[in-house]
Ligand binder design. Structure first.
Ligand SMILES: [Zn+2]
Length: 147
């Protein structure tokens, strides 16, 4: 199958961002260009979750010739590499419905200038917990949603 993916260049790295139809085809075949996509079930659950939020993009890179899943967050018309999770507050122990952090080293694998890429994420404010209003100390969090 020959996909015509949306391609973006971010931090000098080519990233492909399949649309929802293309993701469906990838989930069916579990392949891209004849290559098996690893951890397809995990990726599928993340793609479905992220699709509920217009500011999150589910994408793929081919770093070191390996297919890797990557999540991007759009803030102020800029795309930031993030790991999407449910951050737990250090202070009150409550959990966000969903949150995003630039503070995971895997996000920067294979980049020529990791520092520059990290800086774009860290220039955004570290948020406060919505429940107790204390700042997240252990997990730098630049986006969050609550139930
Ligand atoms: Zn809290």
């Amino acid at each position: 199958m020959n996909f015509n993916f949306e391609k973006i260049i971010l931090d000098n790295q080519e990233i492909i961002c399949p649309n929802s139809n293309q993701w469906e085809l990838i989930f069916e075949s579990e392949k891209i260009d004849g290559r098996t996509v690893p951890l397809i079930d995990l990726i599928k659950s993340k793609v479905i979750r992220n699709s509920k939020y217009s500011e999150l993009k589910s994408c793929l890179t081919f770093t070191f010739d390996q297919i890797m899943f990557i999540e991007l967050l759009e803030i102020d018309s800029e795309l930031i590499r993030v790991f999407v999770e449910r951050v737990i507050c250090d202070n009150c122990g409550k959990r966000a419905l969903l949150s995003a952090t630039p503070g995971v080293s895997d996000l920067y694998i294979g980049l020529e200038n990791k520092e520059k890429a990290r800086e774009r994420g860290y220039k955004h404010k570290n948020l406060n917990c919505k429940f107790c209003d204390n700042i997240y100390e252990r997990r730098y969090t630049i986006w969050q949603k609550y139930e």
